[in-house]
Design a protein around this ligand. Sequence first.
Ligand code: ADP
Length: 723
Amino acid sequence: MKAISILNLIEEGICVIKEDFTIEFMNKSMIRDFGEGVGKKCYRVINGSDERCPWCRAEEVFEGATLNSELHLPAKGKYYTLIEMSLKNKNVSKSKVSIFKDITKRKISEEKARSSEEDYKRLFEHVRSGLYVSSKEGKFLNANRYLLDMLGYESKEEFLNIEITKDLYVRPEDRDKFMDNIEQNGYVIDYEVNFKRKDGSLLPVLMTSHVRYDNENKILGYEGIMVDQSQRKQMEEEYKRLFENVGCGVFISTREGKFINANQALLDMLGYKSKEDFLNIDITKDLYARAEDRNKFMDMIEKQGHVIGYEVEFKRKDGTIIPVLLTGHVRYDQQGKLIGYEGINIDLSQRKQMEKELRETNDFLNNFIKSSPNAIMASDMKGDIFIWNKAAEEILEYKAYEVIGKMNIRKIYPEGVAQQVMKMLRSPDYGGIGKLRSYPMVYKRRDGQIIEGNLSAAIVYDGQGKEIASVGVFVDLKERLDMERKLRITQEQLLQSEKLAAMGRLTSQIAHELNNPLYGIMNTLELLKTEVSPQSKRRKILEMALSETVRLTELLRKMLSFSRPDEEEKQTVDINTIIDEILVLVKKQLQENGVTIASSFSPDLDQVFASKNQLRQVFLNLISNARDAMPEGGTLTVKTSPNKDNIHIEFTDTGIGIDQEIIEKIFDSFFTTKDSIKGVGLGLSVCYGFIKEHGGHIQVSSRIGEGTTFTITLPSYKENFEE
Ligand code: ADP
């Protein structure tokens, strides 16, 4: 029993197993590790299985062998050393003792050690920097692949053979410096040095290393990291270049208000020759045009960490002020304390100037468009109008606010013409593709009236050459055309009056020539009359001849007074007389056309100050129009009447009348409904011109099938007695 209690004190698990694998005994440690198992099969208790353990060599032990082995029980997560020995019993039965020693702890730390060694190895080989171990004398003892690649060596053997001082350092004295440094402090951090690659090319590296000692604390050599700096160097170079050559001013400044660095562009921008000078200025006082702007900038940048596009005014060295666009962010030191700002300054003076010029150009263009005497209109490709200037308002009688964004440009074109214009614009034949050069065009005014003129137009393209709008400049030629017509009319009038004058001269000559013989005849007839008895038939014939002769002389007298050249001149005239004279001349002709004349002259008519000749032409025109209007005959009533300071003259016919649709056009030049032999459409426009010239006006009223009345109003001539 004593023996058993001793067994229970032992740390190792001990169990006795019979030949049939039944457990006979377990000490306390065994029970603790595997649970109570006496009487159970050993494989059940130890391996948790109903089959024999795969590592079991019980037969050998029963035969007398002692076995030492290591056991890993993954289900328990434990490692054991196992010692098995046979037990000789008093009877012949066989059993064995198994002693389990728990070595899990040791195993795990061994495992750990192994794996960390592997980790280090892996790290050593795969880290993205060069690692080395070197001897004090100047040979590499080890180096990783990365270092070899960095320095351009294929084989490690070769690399371990090189002379560090001579083959690696560009300047061998740098190795001495390095050694001095490292041996003094035991380490070196970020030592910057230039190495030679195998091919001789230069490689800047950053070395961080420490000393290796032997057991006696003697320096064996060094080990550490080498970081390839070529890329950083290159980037630094690039940054430097960028810093210096970027087109805008770059700065680094302190919070307190000094520049730490600035590029040339900033110096140039602010007119400083020397950088030293510039780094000395007081930013708040010497740079900002208004010191409070620097405070504003600081407030903003410290609140948000950055400022983008702060528009501010800076003083240049010479005191001139420039507008600047400031963009920057804050700078911190290693402890995260805010120490200043860095950023860029863009000189806005050019941009401001350009903006100003642009604005001016824009204003100019706007004014130009606004005040152009020609209609300027623009529409998008759908035809929606977006420019409509004052002249367009006047010529086409639509207000800008009625059309912009509301009306389609097609509306001002006669049917189908807008499409025609677009076709011409896109064709190369009218001034080039996208252009139309001064092309005769008609537009429809608001009231439907057609406006004639010239259109110049263009398509507006965007940057990609897509059509985005069309612009048109329309020159209203109505006035010019009217002028041209007027000119033509005046010429016609001149011709006409010349003709009349010539005719007048001829008539008066003839009248004059006829006058004397006619008086002779009249006298002779008078004489003859006295010789014939009043009752006789001959006397009657004589008197008839005499009265015809008198009528003839009367006619001659009127003819003489008609068409004298001096009658172009304005003078005081009696309208009744003029009309009477004309009616005498045309009576016969009208009668032949079946037209009867009815006249009603007011005896109280004032005189007018007028050109007889022109008035005659007016009256003659109205009379011949009336005659034309009454092809079947009718009555022409001529009436004069006073009306306050004016006189009225009415010509009323009972003719065909005038359609309301054309009544407004009859005074237009060349408007006629007659065939080309009868009319050219000038009569009424000449009348209109003459009457206007006399300060009067002419009106028409008419009913289809009933007749027409033309009413002329002329101002009465009042003599000014006070003068
Ligand atoms: P023209 O007689 O050569 O046609 P006008 O200028 O004198 O030219 O007249 C223009 C038009 O006005 C005429 O063609 C005619 O249609 C119309 N017109 C003028 N007077 C009359 C009238 N008394 N009755 C009807 N139509 C008239």
